[in-house]
Design a protein around this ligand. Sequence first.
Ligand code: HEM
Length: 512
Amino acid sequence: RLLSKSKSRVPKGLRLPPGPSPKPIIGNALDMPKYFEWETYAKYAKQYGNHNISGKETPFLPPPTGEIFYLDVFGTPLVFLNSRRIVHELFERRSSNYSDRTTFPMMVDLMGFGWSMAFQGYGDWWRRHRRAMHDKFHPRAVEAYKPIQIKHTRDLLRRLHKAPEDFIKHIRHTAGAIIMEVGYGIHIKSENDPYIHTAEEALKAMGEAGVPGRFTVDMLPWMKYIPEWVPGASFKKQARIWRKYILDMADLPFEHVKMQMANGTAQPSFTSTHLERLAATKDAPADAEQVIKDTAAVIFAGGSDTTVTTLTTFVLAMVLFPDAQKKVQEELDAVLGGVRLPEFEDMAALPYTIAAYKESMRWHPLLPMSIAHAATQDDVIDGYFIPKGAIVSGNSWLLLHEEADFGPDTDKFDPGRFMEPGRRDPGQTGAFGYGRRVCPGRYMAENSLFIAVASILQNFDITPARDSSGKEVMPEYEWTSGFFSSPTDYQCTIKPRSKAAEERILSIPAEV
Ligand code: HEM
């Protein structure tokens, strides 16, 4: 057990610190919060820094600092890292030991998400997927996707103009259309596209099954062997229903590309270029095609909801913090002269616009506890023993709200903080995760965010919705809890900023 109890698990040769019995923070499943867990864990870290939640004695160990503590959940240690120093030490410097994942009996074994590298253990199979991804998503490779991002973002402006009340749906459509074209060369026109529908059903299932504690089988993996007809095994039926979407999400678009390649109509894409290279490779492993198929699917799984959530968080921030909106618009007007739409080449001249999308990632990170890593081997940090198999989470939300790194009032949305010297980049402080597992889609993601923020704010004002008497009403929303955290659906007004803006939007060609 971590930090406590079993003397025998303390590695040989470890010198236990002398002195009276210090008390590291230890709790159990009862101390696991159900909602907004990142905030509760941040409070544990700060308030209980020198206390023991459960009152258990733990001899041998130095006093805790709040930087690291753990909860014992049915015998599995959940370790929480609460400072940049310790996150860096474990996830970056000792990354070879902290790049594994826990098992996901419900999502992987029963629902079929084994194709997602995000859930694969640290090893050769994961490494092959990661390499296939890196090959097409490193900083230079993602340059090739910029025209696709521009085209669909302009289409987003047209959609926002036509039906602004459906802005969340439009943002979702745009993210899906970009990813499908990058991943498969498939052009999505309709909002009822069957590939997108299948993928969204699969991701909805992931969202539900990913909520910690939602399915007991995740804590008691032997339950996966219970037959579906046994009373109490309704999770098996649910998994079977979801499984079809999850397997189809990977299979159907991939088969479509292969068919197009066979008849010579395939557009260049992640899938087609990898398959072409594979066809020209002698002695490729028999499962090489599987790696390409899996990775193409994970591009959608990892890249759609993430971008959508960051943008809906951004739109919400624009309603709540109108001064920030005005400042981005002033910068855009000064650089673009109100004449042309933004391009990626404008990035260097738009630091405040960049700061605005980075602030969305910082203000409310969509994965506030990132995705948990797991320890491959026993380890010791600051005198604390971390056993093999421990599940280790960095509290990204906490790291992204540290005033030492981001300046005062970190609960406030203020892109201006990044105009001060010495501020950290949220993308390198937990918003994209950590170490060898850091988000491989981050370069493309930042490009999508930049062009969306610049294009939307150049052309639209985002303000509170109005009630029937014309009075402004502030959005009613909550942050969701669980794996992902996003604002619940809310309303706002999105209107062209001027006649000129409207003309710019109407001049965008209808065909994408
Ligand atoms: C704003 C957008 C995005 C955010 C905030 C984000 C954030 C993250 C985070 C926090 C992780 C977990 C890293 C860890 O375990 O330490 C992750 C993993 C991942 N992301 Fe992203 N992501 C975004 C966009 C994308 C995009 C566009 C793609 C694909 C093109 C993508 C693909 C992935 C994949 C495949 C993983 C799993 C990596 C692994 O387990 O090795 N993400 N992302």
